[in-house]
Design a protein around this ligand. Structure first.
Ligand SMILES: [Cu+2]
Length: 203
């Protein structure tokens, strides 16, 4: 106990108080600068292709917002009602039933669960809800997923839409039925100056 305390004291006294304050201030302004650049963070997109005999189409866009990932989906050609919606492990939609996308993206080896909980697959997301015309729009910010090379990184993985609702409970995939659409998640290049120039032709 006494040894620990004296060691701690020694560590504290070897760093000059003014130097420590300067380091903290520098870290703080760096964080502030990063926060201001959020809008220009990495982006990715997936174009949904119809699978399992469906005529589903759509796009799913991903953008880093602070510590979270914003997911925006616009999907058409669905049956009205809820449809399971997940990030799957493999960036391969080539199989007619999208089985090539493999299971839910689950780097932590957890059970399937509700997207709002913590004991769940990283790839678990809220159901899409299609209107009577078969169109669904979803905008949600999720954690556990990122546009990085880290453990939650989703580049070159896939996003899958299912025929049935995810019950957020059944293992391993919420009993959400056939895979009616699948899209590989690909990085989107963005200009160095931020998103403002992205509409310019000639890029
Ligand atoms: Cu799925």
């Amino acid at each position: 106990m006494t040894t620990q305390r004296s060691l701690q004291q020694r560590i504290h006294t070897t760093i000059y108080p003014t130097a420590r304050i300067a380091v903290l201030a520098a870290a703080g302004s760096l964080l502030a600068a990063c926060a201001g650049m959020e809008a220009a963070g990495p982006r990715a997109s997936a174009t949904l292709e119809a699978r399992s005999g469906s005529s589903v189409s759509g796009t799913v866009d991903f953008q880093t917002v602070g510590q979270k990932l914003r997911v925006e989906a616009r999907v058409a050609g669905l049956t009205p009602g809820q449809h399971g919606f997940h990030v799957h492990e493999a960036g391969d939609c080539s199989a007619p039933d999208a089985s090539s996308a493999k299971g839910h993206f689950n780097p932590a080896g957890r059970p399937h669960g509700h997207h709002g909980g913590s004991d769940r697959h990283a790839g678990d997301m809220p159901n899409l809800v299609a209107d009577s015309a078969g169109k669904a729009a979803l905008s949600v910010e999720v954690d556990m997923l990122s546009l990085t090379q880290g453990p939650g990184g989703i580049f070159q993985r896939s996003v899958v839409v299912h025929a049935d609702p995810d019950d957020y409970q059944s293992q391993p995939a919420g009993n959400s039925g056939k895979r009616v659409a699948c899209g590989v998640i690909r990085p989107l290049a963005f200009p160095a100056g931020g998103g403002k120039d992205s509409g310019r032709s000639g890029y």
